[in-house]
Ligand binder design. Structure first.
Ligand code: NBG
Length: 837
């Protein structure tokens, strides 16, 4: 390589690195012409977005290359975050923020005659997740990079992410999310890093010099191709990698089939293989028997582990030190097949003795649980497992045999316990219990809020906890203040910075300094005005999107999250109906103007959740169009809730609805995003609500409802929802109205399934919590009248939310589970003398 020539070339590459307004303008136009092959006169906003995105990606490249170089030269310990979901949200705005070139880029766009917001809005966000679990993974990736902790995220490059939702006649309609259709300027394909993943077939024992061994003869082979996305930290040189695997056929064209004239058959293998990374499975849907889902899980886990072992050996390190180098975190049970796969790779492929391999596996792996719903704990039927992963099933049997021996020693003569703990559920049809596998094969198990971890230890994973108490710990979730405050709410961010400086962006505890300003009337006025502006912006957006005019002086009462019975969107609806009935009874009733904003997707196969969507829209239609209401109540369902939508709504909320039945929500993270932006919470003592309430102060939080302990004790005392119905006139009126078709144009059958479920079993105890919720909402109405007090409470919420930064959470994982250290990356130029051949 001619070093001088390369150096000269690099010198002239400054349109790919500089970030002055002039250089950015040049870079944008360069990319438009040379990457997009468009001339400015013909370019659409999408063309400009793609050009600008690629120019901005260029500005990450030097840091990215330097980061990779630093990690390999210093042989650092690396976090490997295994997750079936990464709900990243749009990249462009975030990367501009983290690079610190937002204002230059905006100016450059304006000087080119573009409207920056419209350009940003062109980005089709990668919706590679269903909700909180995937978004948490994205927040943690942001924090890891910002904290300069070496990390790789491993997941699946779904061709279609979470479905697009629209509303027709009040019902949810799903369409395919074609996020890749215009290309993805943020990723780099690495076909040279492809690995092969096997499925099916059978196993064969054989003998070699080392004794009894097993060989897996697979029935089907798929290629996993990595696509890398840079994850830049906030104002750091650290750019970590998110590596997502795409499934391809090993031979995309079967020539044998082709030669015998079977044209269709010749591409069938390609189609079948590619199906694996085609589509993200919806949360909250029964995945039992969904073979493709298990294929997806094994696909990305096997590819990632093979990748890590290859990297490890390339570094020249012995495999028995694998666990010292890689801290693999399993985000829920989706990657838990990793326990058996790592054992297989070490024992079968790399000839490591079982005991040694088991130590390596446990040392490498950690497991985070994200749910308290027993039906959401994954289990796979034995026949399915056997046909897809025959060798893994044998390995699981062996792990189980040894594990149960351990149990027998610790708890002799306790056959019941053995049955409960076994990795194989034999109570009916036989299943592999993935949570048990994950916990047995890890050195650390954690829940995601204090209550959640307590309930895991006490109920859901109680036997595992008694077996390995030292493995369990709590890591309460956190969210990144970069995206959720600095980027989403620039007005408030600026106001905060004007008083306390900008240190809060990377040290969120500094928000506490805002408390010193809470008595400053001028500051409170600015706070209120800023929030008013944000509400106005959301009102404009709603008008544009739905044609509905929203009064931005009304209380913005917002509930956005997956639609699920345990989250109780329908309890919120009962409140709306109650207010409506009060107006109908007395049109002069004191009802403060409120806008009820809902957003969220229902799993396509979850009919009750879909009926709740319909319910919200039906009640909205009646309430919004009734002249007696006079605009005091307005119900809006904003379709297609996603990350960018979240960035608009969290900052605009006065009131955040966190009303799940206590003991059901593992943590919640939307609750944190709202409170950080100064919304007050109405909530139950569930998940992280409890810790939020403790942090912001009970007097700044609207609490209602049963506690988790009361919920647990109620059924045994005999829970009779009808008693509540019969003894509570307002509740009865609301439910009777629904039954009579008051909100469904006389259709009495429409909401019958919902009413039946509430009046018969009411598994999520809406009726028990109803009165307490209504009373609480009445208090909220009064509190809102005292605007000055409300603003104080709002400021105090923001000021005291520092602890809920994902930086804090990641540091706890790093300290207690991963044992990782920050590594600073020097920005070195990329000339050949420094990068080597
Ligand atoms: C979700 C929980 C939330 C929690 C997120 C992130 C799953 C399986 N779990 O309460 O329901 O905040 O995980 O931990 O999606």
């Amino acid at each position: 390589m001619d070093a001088t020539a390369v150096a000269i070339a690099l010198k002239h590459a400054h349109t790919r690195t500089g970030s002055s307004v002039e250089l950015l303008k040049r870079a944008f136009i360069d990319a438009l012409i040379y990457d997009q092959c468009r001339y400015p006169g013909r370019a659409t906003e999408l063309d400009y977005y793609l050009a600008i995105a690629s120019a901005v990606r260029d500005r990450l490249v030097q840091r990215w290359v330097n980061t990779i170089q630093t990690y390999s030269q210093q042989d650092v310990r690396v976090v490997c975050y295994f997750s079936a979901e990464f709900l990243l949200g749009p990249h462009l705005g975030n990367n501009l923020l983290n690079l610190g070139i937002e204002s230059e880029a905006i100016q450059a766009m304006q000087e080119l005659g573009l409207t920056p917001q419209s350009i940003l809005d062109e980005e089709e966000e990668p919706g590679l997740g269903d909700g909180g679990l995937g978004r948490l993974a994205a927040c943690y990736m942001d924090s890891l990079a910002t904290l300069q902790i070496p990390a790789i995220g491993f997941g699946i490059r779904y061709e279609y992410g979470s479905f697009d939702q629209s509303i027709r006649d009040g019902w949810q309609v799903e369409t395919t999310d074609k996020w890749l259709q215009w290309g993805n300027p943020w990723e780099i394909a690495r076909p040279e890093g492809a690995v092969v993943v096997n499925f099916g077939g059978h196993t064969e024992p054989y003998q070699d010099g080392r004794g009894y061994r097993v060989r897996w003869i697979p029935g089907r082979v798929v290629k996993a191709v990595p696509y890398d996305t840079p994850i830049l930290g906030y104002r750091t040189n650290t750019v970590n990698t998110l590596r997502l695997w795409k499934a391809e056929a090993v031979d995309s064209f079967n020539f044998n089939a082709f030669n015998v004239g079977d044209y269709l058959g010749s591409v069938l293998d390609k189609v079948n293989s590619e199906n694996i990374s085609k589509v993200l499975y919806p949360n909250d849907e029964d995945i039992k028997g969904k073979e493709l889902r298990l294929e997806q899980q094994y696909f990305f886990v096997s590819a990632s582990l093979q990748n890590l072992i290859r990297a490890h050996l390339r570094l020249g390190r012995p495999l028995n030190q694998f666990g010292a180098k890689w801290a693999i975190q399993m985000n829920d049970t989706h990657p838990s097949i990793g326990v058996a796969e790592l054992m297989r790779l070490l024992v079968d492929e790399h000839c490591m003795p079982w005991d040694e391999a088991w130590e390596v596996t446990k040392r490498s792996l950690g497991y985070t649980n994200h749910t308290l719903l027993p039906e959401a704990l994954e289990k796979w039927s034995l026949p399915l497992f056997q046909s897809l992963l025959p060798r893994h099933l044998e390995i699981i049997y062996e792990i189980n045999r040894r594990f149960l021996d351990e149990v027998k020693i610790k708890f002799p003569g306790d056959g019941e316990r053995l049955r409960r703990l076994s990795l194989i559920d034999e109570t009916g049809e036989r299943y592999v219990r993935m949570a048990n596998l994950a916990a047995v094969g890890s050195h650390a198990v954690n829940g995601v809020s204090k209550l959640h971890t307590e309930l895991l230890e006490r109920d859901v994973l109680h036997d595992l906890y008694e077996m390995y108490p030292e493995r369990f710990s709590n890591k309460t979730n956190g969210v990144t203040p970069r995206r959720w405050l600095a980027l989403a709410n620039p007005g408030l961010a600026k106001l905060i910075t004007s008083r306390i400086g900008e240190g809060w962006v990377t040290n969120l505890d500094e928000l506490r300094k805002l408390e010193q300003h809470v008595d400053d009337a001028g500051f409170r006025a600015e706070w209120r005005q800023t929030q008013g502006e944000v509400k106005g912006k959301l009102a404009d957006y709603i008008r544009k999107k739905t044609g509905v005019t929203v009064d931005s002086a009304s209380i913005f009462d917002i509930m956005v999250k997956r639609i699920h019975e345990y989250k109780r969107q329908h309890l919120k609806v009962l409140h709306i109906i109650t207010l409506y009935n009060r107006i109908k009874r007395d049109p002069l009733a004191h009802v403060a103007p409120r806008t009820f904003l809902f957003g969220g997707k229902a799993a396509p196969g979850y009919s009750m959740a879909k009926l709740i969507v319909k319910l919200i829209n039906s009640v909205g239609e009646t309430v919004n169009n009734d002249p007696d209401v006079g605009g005091r109540l307005l119900v809006v369902f904003l379709p297609d809730y996603n990350v960018s939508f979240g960035q608009r709504v969290y900052p605009a909320a006065d009131l955040s609805e966190q009303i799940s039945l206590a003991g059901k929500e593992a943590s919640g993270t939307g609750n944190m995003k709202f409170a950080m932006n100064g919304a007050l919470t109405v909530g139950t003592l569930d998940g992280a609500n409890i810790e939020i309430r403790q942090a912001v102060g009970a007097e700044n939080f609207f609490l209602f409802g049963l506690t988790a302990d009361q919920v647990r004790d109620l059924p045994s005392a005999g829970y009779h929802p009808r008693q509540y119905y019969e003894s509570n006139p307002e509740l009865r009126l609301a439910l009777d109205g629904l039954a009579a078709g008051q909100f469904s144009r006389g259709d009495q059958a429409l909401f019958r399934p919902l009413l039946d479920s509430l009046l018969r079993t009411d598994a999520y105890m809406l009726l028990a919590d109803y009165q307490s919720y209504i009373d609480c909402q009445d208090k909220i109405r009064e509190a809102y009248l005292d605007q000055d007090r409300w603003v104080r409470m709002s400021i105090l919420n923001t000021a005291r939310m520092g602890w809920f930064s994902s930086d804090r959470a990641v540091l706890e994982y790093s300290r207690d589970i991963w044992d990782t250290k920050p590594v600073s990356v020097e920005l070195a130029d990329l000339s050949p003398e420094t990068t080597g051949p």
